[in-house]
Design a protein around this ligand. Structure first.
Ligand SMILES: [Zn+2]
Length: 628
């Protein structure tokens, strides 16, 4: 975070913590990070080689060979494979900052050397344009993804700089950004990218270099969007949010990932320039998005055709698009809004997305991925869109897998923040946190069985001799929370939002937040036609689903109905993973051979597993929403 952001006049601003200030040391998320490091990242490097992403950079550097094209279903070549390399590099940067790994470091060194060699002397860098696209930069801003790729190069460079103080990528990124600024800066050509992303990257580049030209360029690109520079394309100007100025649009529109990345950049620019009107525009869109166009899993994007949000309450479970990248982008946007406003609703949204719509994108083994994340897969289907129902090792358009890698490798950065009043813990994981507070540095040790258990214990390891406030989020799903202070003081009921304790903290002080976490039955908004008359079941931050793998033979998922006379119960699921809490949910139907379906068959239950864990036991049917 730059000194500019810290000087911001807004009293609600929170400061992010640097990677070295937070470490996840145990529990569910530590396990997911370990899988990411040990399985997913090596798998990613292998796939970057196989897909041609690395080889294409080698060609751009002057090697002989044939460009390895990846194409969409119409045969059009994807021009953005460089971004897969950059996203993977960003993830590796965060990981190496946490702990050395000679294998990952050697692979990254290879990739960085290729990127450096591929860059032209004038700073331009894009393997597609350089090798097969004719060699002239920026002839197709609408579809070319040139800024988008550089955005990911910049983000990788920022990660290596912040985590490792390694500036090899930063040198390359600065040259690339300078090349863009020379052509598209204040006195230059007007241009925006069909796929946003460069805006937030340029703000980060200003934060690490102190050079405000990049921030100015980001602000300029935001102001230029909505003026029709991109044209109508195949899907209309709203597809790339070029239909209305960023500060005027009342609702999200078009391609979900593009909109969310754009709004990330808008928040970053708003914070750096104290542009409250721009920040308010994003907040307005966000609240409408969460109210009308967000799946129970935090997934966003209802339509396959143009990967777009769809209309309000158009949230079909079976044809959900809910791209993994959109869930990741929603986490990135929620985090920016949380820092900008301090409001707990953004942390709630981050939690919902991560534990459901993000983690569903990666297998428990860490090496297979979902691009789209439906909330239902039928037993019988004559047609399925590609990538529906069965995870793949990689995709021709491989945006999601390395996006998951970089989010998981930087996940600890989303746990907590600080401000002039103290420390705020937003997400719960067994972790160690240190942050500056009034009078010095405070160190905290957090222990929890989250997301399976709702007790969070925060111990003060070190604190200066001055009062400050510890703030713990009480999630919106929680109906009963109790906060117990040091020495057993309290306990007091804590309402949804932030439970705060202010005092002169001493080493050894311990606070316990007990979040009651019963299974709960969730009714949909009646305006969502596709799931009217159904219920879903959740527990804590998790949404659950029923899979055919948990049904008796000869039973089809579609035959089951919810039995409203009985309650769901928790059951251990060691077959899914250590400590996993599954649910047993009451049903009526043809289960256990009662044919035809018999209303009133009592006492039958089926197992439900966390949604994120579905499709790990072979390809089968699944549903989140169960008819009543
Ligand atoms: Zn994606």
């Amino acid at each position: 975070m730059s000194t500019d952001a810290r000087r911001s006049s807004a009293a609600t601003r929170r400061r992010p913590l640097r990677p070295a200030q937070v470490t996840i040391v145990g529990g569910f998320l530590a396990e997911r990070q370990r899988t990411n490091r040990e399985r997913t990242l090596p798998h990613g490097f292998d796939q970057l080689r196989r897909s041609g992403a690395l080889g294409n950079l080698r060609l751009a550097a002057g090697a002989d060979g044939r460009y390895q094209a990846r194409t969409d279903t119409s045969g059009a070549t994807f021009p953005f494979l460089d971004s897969d390399v950059y996203k993977w590099l960003e993830a590796v940067g965060w990981e190496l900052g946490r702990a050395p790994d000679p294998g990952l470091a050697a692979a990254a060194d290879q990739a960085i050397a290729l990127v450096a060699a591929a860059q032209r002397p004038d700073g331009y860098l894009n393997s597609y344009v350089q090798v097969v696209g004719g060699g002239t930069p920026h002839t197709d801003l609408a579809w070319g993804h040139e800024f988008y790729c550089i955005a990911h190069l910049i983000q990788a460079a920022v990660a290596w700089h912040r985590a490792l103080d390694d500036n090899r990528l930063l040198t390359i990124a600065v040259r690339a950004a300078d090349r863009i600024d020379r052509e598209f800066g204040p006195a230059g050509r007007e241009g925006v990218d069909g796929h946003p992303g460069i805006e937030m990257a340029l703000v980060e580049l200003t934060r690490v270099t102190g050079d405000r030209r990049y921030l100015a360029l980001a602000a300029r690109m935001l102001d230029l969007r909505g003026k029709g520079l991109l044209g109508q394309g195949r899907f209309g100007a709203a597809y790339w949010q070029d239909h209305e100025p960023v500060r005027d649009a009342l609702t999200v529109a078009g391609h979900a990932v593009r909109q969310l990345y754009l709004d990330c950049g808008a928040v970053d620019v708003a914070v750096e320039l104290d542009d409250d009107a721009l920040l308010a525009a994003v907040q307005r869109r966000w609240h409408d998005l969460v109210r009308t166009r967000t799946y129970l899993t935090g997934g966003m994007g209802s339509r396959h055709r143009d990967e777009s949000f769809g209309d309000p309450f158009e949230l079909p479970p079976d044809r959900a698009y809910a791209e993994t990248c959109a869930s990741i982008a929603s986490v990135m946007l929620g985090w920016r809004l949380l820092l900008a406003t301090g409001e707990a609703c953004f942390a709630d949204a981050i939690e919902r997305a991560v534990y459901n719509g993000v983690l569903s994108g990666i297998s428990l083994t860490g090496t297979r991925f979902f691009y789209i994340n439906p909330l239902q897969r039928r037993t019988h289907h004559a047609y399925e869109p590609p990538g529906h129902g069965e995870r793949a090792a990689w995709y021709p358009c491989a945006c999601c897998p390395p996006n998951l890698m970089r989010l998981l490798s930087s996940w600890e950065q989303y746990l907590a923040s600080s401000d002039d009043t103290g420390i705020q813990i937003h997400q719960y994981a067994t972790s160690e946190i240190q942050a500056g507070v009034a009078g010095g540095t405070a160190r905290l040790s957090v222990h929890t069985g989250y997301p399976w258990h709702g007790r969070v214990t925060v111990s003060v390891v070190q604190a200066p001799d001055r009062p400050w406030t510890l703030s713990l989020r009480v999630p919106r799903w929680c109906r009963s929370a109790v906060l117990t202070g040091p020495g057993g003081t309290g306990p007091v009921a804590a309402g949804v939002g932030a439970a705060e304790l202010s005092r002169r903290w001493k080493a050894g002080d311990t606070v316990v937040l007990e979040l009651e976490m019963p299974a709960r039955v969730i009714e949909p908004d009646p305006r969502i036609d596709a799931v009217r008359g159904c219920v879903a079941v959740g527990r804590g931050p998790l949404v659950y689903c029923v899979e055919s793998a948990d049904l008796p033979p000869e039973t089809e998922l579609e035959d089951l109905c919810w039995d409203p006379r009985r309650e769901p119960a928790t059951v251990p699921r060691p077959d899914i993973g250590d400590d996993v809490v599954g649910l047993s949910i009451p049903v009526v139907g043809r289960l256990a051979g009662s044919s035809p379906p018999a209303a009133g068959v009592a006492g039958q239950s089926v197992g439900a597993v966390p949604y994120f864990a579905w499709a790990n036991r072979g390809a089968g049917a699944m549903r989140v929403w169960i008819p009543c």
